[in-house]
Design a protein around this ligand. Structure first.
Ligand SMILES: [Zn+2]
Ligand SMILES: [Zn+2]
Length: 430
């Protein structure tokens, strides 16, 4: 029980820390114990260690540690990618020699596929250009999305890249480049998740979720069979079909647990991998669900944080929207592309004011003649980048499809009218 309990608690601890690291910064979990723990572990604890060290050794110890931590967190290096690769490979190396001979032909076939796919999608997510914005790709990236005049406004220049920032792009401080439709920088793939590799990233999450669930359940079944050969009255769950054994006193909770441990210990390596797979499964499905939810909402991790900031502003008051008219004025400044491949254009402008009053005359760009309307809820704001589940999926999984469609329709000037009938962006659903 001793070693097994240690292995299980280490695995559980690592899974929990990873969970906090991943989900602690998600806007939906703001003001929850998860975000509190995230702040405690990743902000308050390191800063108190730093101040203690400053007091004791004049900061000598932490300077080198900070440099290492900074390198690990803010530089592009494949450490975590290699760790992930090794986790998969070592897990399979420990698991397969025990499990493989016991599997049926169908499970061998399905198992082979579910082992190969995570490697394939890991390779594709890590080595596909996520849509880096360089002088040679800038025109294409500018034509990807129109500005929504809420989160993204024309005319902003990236200080580092010295290029106009396309709508939905973000500069990645780790890759040191701007990325088209930036979602987030993922240390597991040592790459940004952007317009061109988000599909591979989602498929990586899906294939990993299937692998850990499948491997975990198969491992559980193998352990169950092994125990039942010696103790036929034992069952996986204490109250399942072994009620008679429990009633006759042949099994009690303690003995049930002891037999569990006996089964796991008779193959510690495979048992540990099975436990690891089962414990990480909810994390992987959770991450997949979160990313699919973002696709459903037509947004990105980066944008959902910006929306959350808008909600905070709305709570305080001083956020106003207005219908846009006179769009040509902005286009004339040559900071907006003449056309984009996106089927809809912005119809609303969202602004915040410091004094809580509607914007004054000088703010009246680019629409004039309309009255400002106070906004209190995100539901009342249109998300230009949400064009319905199906088209959102097409945009993520076939990023070049809409470019092709746009190109087939004539000159860029005519493109301004293209696809208008496909419907406006939907209202924000969160
Ligand atoms: Zn940049
Ligand atoms: Zn990056």
């Amino acid at each position: 029980m001793g070693t097994l309990a240690i292995i299980a608690s280490v695995i559980l601890g690592i899974s929990f820390m990873t969970f906090v690291a991943f989900f602690g910064r998600i806007p939906a979990l703001r003001n929850t114990p998860i975000s509190f723990l995230h702040r405690l572990i990743f902000i308050h604890l390191p800063s108190s260690v730093v101040s203690l060290d400053r007091l004791l050794t004049n900061g000598r110890l932490t300077t080198s540690l900070t440099r290492l931590a900074h390198y690990l967190w803010y530089d592009q290096h494949p450490t975590i990618l290699i760790f992930f690769f090794l986790l998969l490979s070592v897990g399979e190396y420990l698991y397969l020699p025990v499990a493989w001979p016991l599997l049926s032909r169908t499970h061998k076939f399905l198992g082979t596929i579910s082992i190969i796919l995570p490697y394939l999608f890991l390779y594709l997510s890590a080595f596909t250009d996520p849509a880096h914005i360089t002088p040679s790709t800038h025109v294409r990236e500018m034509a990807r999305y129109p500005y929504d005049f809420s989160l993204f406004h024309p005319g902003t220049i990236c200080e580092t890249c010295r290029l106009l920032k396309p709508a939905r792009s973000k500069h990645c401080s780790i890759c040191k480049k701007c990325v088209g439709r930036m979602d987030h920088h993922c240390i597991f793939i040592n790459n940004c998740v952007g317009a061109n590799n988000q599909r591979w990233f989602i498929l990586l999450l899906l294939s990993t979720a299937i692998l850990t669930s499948y491997g975990g359940l198969l491992g559980l079944d193998i352990i169950r069979t092994k125990i039942q050969v010696r103790f036929p009255y034992w069952t996986l769950l204490p109250w399942w079909t072994s009620r008679a054994a429990w009633q006759s006193g042949e099994l009690d909770f303690h003995r049930w647990l002891v037999l569990w441990t006996w089964g796991l210990q008779s193959g510690v390596a495979m048992g540990s991998v099975t436990l690891l797979a089962l414990l990480t499964t909810p994390l992987v499905w959770g991450l997949l669900g979160y990313h699919l939810w973002l696709v459903y909402c037509g947004t990105t991790t980066n944008e959902s944080m910006k929306w959350q900031d808008w909600q905070a502003e709305m709570d305080e008051g001083g956020v106003y929207k207005r219908k846009i008219e006179g769009r040509e004025r902005v286009k004339d400044l040559k900071v907006e592309p003449a056309w984009t491949r996106w089927p809809v254009e912005a119809e609303q402008i969202l602004v915040r004011t410091d004094d809580g009053k509607p914007p004054r005359e000088s703010h009246r760009l680019p629409g004039e003649g309309n009255e400002w309307e106070a906004v209190w809820r995100l539901k009342d704001v249109e998300n230009l980048y949400d064009i319905g589940l199906w088209d959102n999926l097409v945009d993520v999984f076939c990023p070049y499809f809409m470019f092709r469609e746009a190109r087939g329709r004539g000159s860029p000037v005519d493109e301004r009218e293209f696809g208008r009938e496909r419907g406006r962006g939907r209202r924000r659903s969160s």
